[in-house]
Design a protein around this ligand. Structure first.
Ligand code: ADP
Ligand code: MG
Length: 275
């Protein structure tokens, strides 16, 4: 595949939507895998105690495996909790174990509780620009958020510069988005002035239904150019890949789901650095 040019500095992208089942995890792992195919170096941070991104990327995440819990709550250095994704050279993962389920509460009494992830990333030698982080730098850090707007998601929003919001092309797609946008605005105002909503990704799009077209239209009216032109189709291949410890990018590279994620990743890469 033709490689995309690398960004000048690490781009931290947060996949967020407090609604569950909209495609945060699926989009995180497949866009990460697609970016790797496009010649980028990528770190995925699994911030969901369910550990679905860790499962899909086939990294160890049994209880007790060092991961995001240790990173955020204990302050374990990022370097000590990163694992390479076995199927995808160029992709690294900070796994989430079920221990993370307690983190929302445990973080409340931790110093600088909203900025734990930001500090961990900023202190790692592979995060930065060509001068500070060199050739080996991660081009993208993609953070997979849990379905809530608690301290885990806040940590992601403080650490990231760009929010990617997956929206499922279904009834009630826009419900709850106001609350998410308010949270983004609050974080921008008080904690992270660099934060922007950089991409809205329409997922599970069924081109045969008027409903999906209507939802996509409505999202576009609200968000304009922030909406990626590529829609991710609903496809069984996408949903069955994780049970093989794979992304659809390797499980069925020629399938419409894989090709759409590749195109979405290209769009994201073209958006360039927004710091
Ligand atoms: P979230 O992380 O927002 O909770 P997931 O990425 O886990 O959402 O997706 C929810 C469910 O929908 C999962 O079972 C997943 O396999 C399925 N899914 C996601 N995207 C697609 C798609 N494009 N086609 C079919 N199923 C999908
Ligand atoms: Mg998820």
């Amino acid at each position: 595949r033709p490689a995309m040019p690398r960004p000048a500095a690490t781009r931290v992208i947060v996949a967020a939507n407090q609604k569950g089942g909209v495609g945060k995890t699926t989009s995180t792992v497949n866009i990460a895998a697609a970016l790797v195919q496009l010649g980028q170096r990528v770190l995925v941070v699994d911030l969901d105690p369910q550990g679905n991104a860790s499962t899909a990327l086939n990294v160890e995440h049994l209880q007790g495996t060092p991961g995001t819990y240790e990173l955020l709550v204990d302050g374990t250095p990022l370097a000590d909790v990163v694992q390479p994704a076995p199927e995808l050279p160029g992709l690294d993962v900070v796994p989430a174990t079920i221990d993370l389920a307690g983190a929302e509460i445990e973080l409340v009494s931790v110093v600088a509780r909203e900025a734990r992830l930001q500090r961990a990333l900023q202190g790692h030698p592979r995060v930065g620009d060509a001068a500070s982080a060199g050739e080996d730098r991660w081009d993208y850090v993609i953070v997979d958020c849990p379905p809530s707007l608690g301290l885990l998601t806040i940590n992601a929003l403080v650490a990231g510069a760009e929010v990617m919001i997956p929206i499922q092309a279904e009834y009630y797609a826009l419900e709850g988005l106001g609350q998410l946008l308010k949270t983004v605005e609050m974080v921008r105002a008080h904690l992270n002035p660099a934060l922007t909503v950089s991409s809205i990704l329409i997922t599970m799009y069924d081109a045969r239904t008027r409903l999906a077209a209507g939802v996509a239209q409505e999202v576009r009216e609200h968000f304009g150019d922030q909406v990626l032109r590529t829609y991710i189709p609903r496809s069984v291949r996408v949903s069955e890949a994780p049970s093989y410890g794979q992304t659809v990018m390797t499980y069925d590279p020629g399938s419409p789901g894989a090709l759409s994620y590749l195109e979405a990743a290209r769009e994201i890469a073209r958006k360039g650095v927004r710091r």
